[in-house]
Design a protein around this ligand. Structure first.
Ligand code: SF4
Ligand code: SF4
Length: 123
């Protein structure tokens, strides 16, 4: 099944247009959100559109809301606590001024591909 939009539940918020890196969504002359059939082949199944769509109106081939996304639980985390949580995270990279050997970069690529396949269960 190709990617689809449920026009019954879509509220025309346009967020899917804003987040799709490959410009696969657009508005037609009547203002309806539609999929640009000329660009659908560029879909990389990143799932951004499904994640941002509050009404769960988008189906991307190979992804499902049940299998690939989860609901955030309501919590009593305050905005101050959340900002403190982010502020306490640290990520420091020390780069060296020398090339990464090809066999290491190829290995890294295969890890990323494995992660992608596991994440999206397309094996
Ligand atoms: S994000 Fe969902 S509700 Fe908003 S325009 Fe796109 S399909 Fe419609
Ligand atoms: S899955 Fe990613 S590339 Fe495909 S339509 Fe959605 S946002 Fe665009």
């Amino acid at each position: 099944m190709p990617n689809t939009i449920n026009s019954e539940t879509c509220n025309q918020c346009s967020l899917c247009i804003a987040v799709c890196p490959y410009k696969i969504f657009e508005k037609d002359e009547s203002g309806q959100i539609v999929i640009n059939s000329d660009r659908i082949e560029f879909c990389v199944k990143c799932g951004h559109c499904m994640a941002i769509c509050k009404s769960k109106s988008i189906d991307v081939e190979g992804l499902s809301y049940e299998k690939n996304f989860y609901e955030l639980q309501a919590s009593d985390i305050t905005s101050d606590n959340f900002i403190n949580f982010l502020a306490n995270r640290r990520s420091i990279r020390n780069f060296k001024d020398k090339e990464v050997p090809r066999e290491i970069s190829i290995g890294f690529d295969s890890i990323l591909i494995d992660e992608f396949l596991l994440t999206y269960d397309v094996t």
